[in-house]
Design a protein. Structure first.
Length: 262
């Protein structure tokens, strides 16, 4: 830490000295007259990973849709890097470096890998997008002209998550990235997410595969029935909270739960 960073931390509360990459203040949102999210507040420190966990139907995807601008909140505020974006459109948030890797991958199965990458590229630099893709997922580089629908599930997820890297977005939301994937592929995807995090990208991971997300995260928020019921560090999630809200455990395709730690 530099001398000036040290002294500024001494002179003010350390947390408030850093502008969060993302801040949600008292967000409520839903569909039509149905309120799904109620009074959600949290922040994401720059370059950190927040895991948003909770039972099916809790409102996790609705939260991400609200954060990227697909749903207008009925109350509250959203700030990206200190700037209020609550009333902006998704493309305006994309310009600020906000990127969603959606549930179900959001790739075009009948288009080729190359065409999908072109659509991912916000700045239109297809050559760089392909270079960056090949660097991290060489298998995709060998399948550039193949229809995305012919890729394996793991390769389709690689194609989905690479959008979180090719344009260097500042803030990435990832919805259920390990859904339906084998453990080895999940490892590869999580290594990739760790890499972009170390390079400074701020991440919000929505996951059913609770253990993996907890291991990767700096902070955790658990939501249930649209409300935040826990916020803290992964190590602070007590057994009772875990059993009450997070019993979903691992994705259905895996049975690699360790039988004992030591
Ligand atoms: N497009 C929609 N229209 C109306 N209700 C929806 C829609 N999408 C989700 N919901 C409802 O919102 C609640 C939260 O769903 P969702 O955000 O998908 O939860 P999660 O991602 O945590 O499983 C659920 O009750 C769901 O039925
Ligand atoms: Mg969901």
């Amino acid at each position: 830490m530099s001398q000036s960073a040290l002294s500024s931390a001494e002179h003010s509360d350390e947390k408030s000295a850093v502008t969060p990459a993302l801040e949600a203040r008292n967000l409520s949102a839903g569909y039509g007259k149905t309120t799904v999210l109620r009074d959600i507040s949290f922040s994401v420190a720059p370059g950190s990973i927040l895991a948003v966990l909770g039972p099916n139907g809790a409102g996790k995807t609705t939260l991400l849709r609200t954060l990227i601008g697909l749903i207008r909140p009925s109350t509250g505020e959203i700030l990206v890097n200190g700037r209020a974006v609550t009333n902006t459109k998704p493309y305006q948030r994309r310009k600020l470096g906000v990127c969603l890797v959606p549930e179900g991958r959001g790739i075009y199965r009948s288009l080729t890998v190359r065409e999908n990458l072109r659509l991912h590229t916000w700045r239109g630099n297809e050559k760089e997008a392909i270079e960056r893709t090949v660097e991290h997922f060489p298998i995709l580089g060998r399948k550039l002209n193949q229809a995305a629908g012919l890729l394996s599930g793991g390769q389709q997820q690689m194609l989905a998550v690479i959008r979180a890297y090719i344009d260097n977005p500042a803030l990435v939301f990832v919805d259920e990235v390990s859904m339906g994937l084998a453990p080895l592929v999940i490892d590869e995807i999580y290594e990739f997410l760790g890499m972009i995090s170390r390079e400074g990208t701020s991440l919000v991971l929505v996951e059913q595969y609770v253990h993996r997300a907890l291991a990767a995260a700096d902070q955790v928020m658990i939501i249930s029935r649209g409300q935040s019921v826990f916020k803290g560090a992964p190590g602070e999630v007590g057994d009772e909270v875990f059993a009450h809200y997070l019993d979903a455990g691992a994705p259905s395709t895996t049975d690699d739960t360790p039988s004992g730690e030591d």
